[in-house]
Design a protein around this ligand. Structure first.
Ligand code: CP
Length: 379
């Protein structure tokens, strides 16, 4: 077997990923994120060449989902099984959390029995991030109290604040397409959706991450659809440090004009997302708020990624991105999506390698050396 070419891996930098969890990209330095993506690219190269990286056999990768998922659930299963782990995916509502078991207790119990844990808890502002932090505290306290030296990383598979495996997958795809993001104009835009009031965490994660890489990021949304101040503040600060820019507009046309990349997707109106917080356990009230959110969305049906807007982008051929699923005919026209089907699938596929990199980086000792050995056909 010929040697498979891997991206450069700095063994000392890779070793520093040991024990890390991913709750938000804000917890990582840019250098750590770069290392993580190098590991993800190496794992992808090996996987595409059919080389196994089953470094974590007989370990359990447990995940809890408090919301629907197609891509992230399968990426979790695909990533952990490629590492030799046994993936388990549980509907969060089927656990004793529904009967009031605290996140800390839940974390201790699940961490005791498993070797890594993923959580999606994204529907209510202020809930998911707190829940995932408390899960991590529960596991960490248990491990410390029992002298258990295992690393049990926690991976945020989408909360109300960030969707870090998504934004990192998006960054990996952008780096593959463009190399550097410096000077690239990226439009992160609200778009109309009739389906549901979507979480804010994808656009929040994108503006916080892409501004670290020197991109000129424009965030566009109608009045009333602002994102959390904490995220726009972070985006401003990152863009100042990276030499990029961050700009907010209420015009989708302005965001698209001359853009190299467009990322049009929907999210819920801020006032109604906040109103949901007090009604989270009241299904009737939640249904009524959702109805009002969709009525509000419907007053912005002209916020669609269509052929006219795409024609105004750089060379008329900006890279179209979406975390999926997209509302075709509302967020994006069928024609634009038809031209982007393979690209968005490749974008989505990167999440598998991001999760692999997180789990392997956190748990596998001597990972860089082991990856190089596998690339050379050694065990
Ligand atoms: N983009 C994304 O997270 O997809 P799923 O909701 O299907 O996991």
């Amino acid at each position: 077997m010929s040697t498979i070419k891997l991206p450069a891996l700095d063994a000392a930098a890779v070793a520093k990923l040991a024990g890390k969890s991913l709750l938000t990209t804000e917890d990582f330095t840019t250098a750590e994120l770069d290392t993580l993506l190098s590991v993800a690219s190496a794992l992808e190269a090996l996987d595409r060449a059919g080389v196994k990286t089953d470094f974590l056999t007989s370990e359990l990768a447990y995940s809890l989902f408090f919301d629907q998922s197609t891509r992230t659930r399968s990426a979790w299963a695909g990533a952990s099984s490629r590492l030799g782990m046994a993936p388990v995916i549980v509907d969060g509502k089927s656990t004793q959390v529904a009967h009031g078991e605290t996140p800390s207790e839940t974390g201790a119990m699940l961490g005791m029995n498993s070797h890594a844990m993923g959580v999606r808890h994204d529907l209510i502002l202020g809930y998911g991030r707190k829940f995932i932090r408390e899960i991590k505290d529960g596991i960490d306290s248990y491990l410390k109290a029992t002298g258990d030296e295992r690393s049990v990383p926690i991976v945020n598979l989408q909360c109300d604040f960030d969707h870090p495996t998504q934004s990192l997958a998006d960054l990996m795809w952008l780096k593959e397409r463009f190399g550097s993001l410096k000077g690239k104009k990226i439009a992160v835009s609200w778009a109309y959706s009739p389906s549901y009031a979507k979480p804010l965490s994808v656009p929040q994660g994108l503006i916080m991450l892409l501004t670290r890489y020197g991109a000129n990021v424009t965030l566009a949304h109608p009045e009333g659809y602002k994102l959390l101040d904490e995220c726009t503040t972070a985006a401003k600060s990152h863009s100042a440090e990276s030499g990029g820019s961050f700009h907010v507009t209420s015009s989708m046309d302005e965001a698209f004009a001359g853009a190299d990349v467009v990322y049009p997707k929907s999210w819920g109106p801020m006032d109604l997302m906040l109103e949901r917080v007090a009604s989270a356990n009241d299904a009737k009230a939640m249904g009524e708020i959702e109805k009002r959110a969709l009525e509000r969305n419907a007053s912005h049906k002209d916020w669609i990624c269509d052929e006219r807007r795409m024609a105004t982008t750089a060379g008329g051929k900006a890279l179209y991105m979406h975390c999926l699923p997209a509302d075709i005919g509302a967020e994006v026209t069928p024609g634009v999506m038809a031209g982007a089907v393979v690209d968005v699938a490749r974008e989505a596929n990167k999440k598998l390698y991001v999760i692999m990199a997180l789990l392997a980086g956190s748990k596998v000792k001597g990972l860089a050396e082991k990856l190089q050995a596998r690339a050379k056909g050694q065990a």
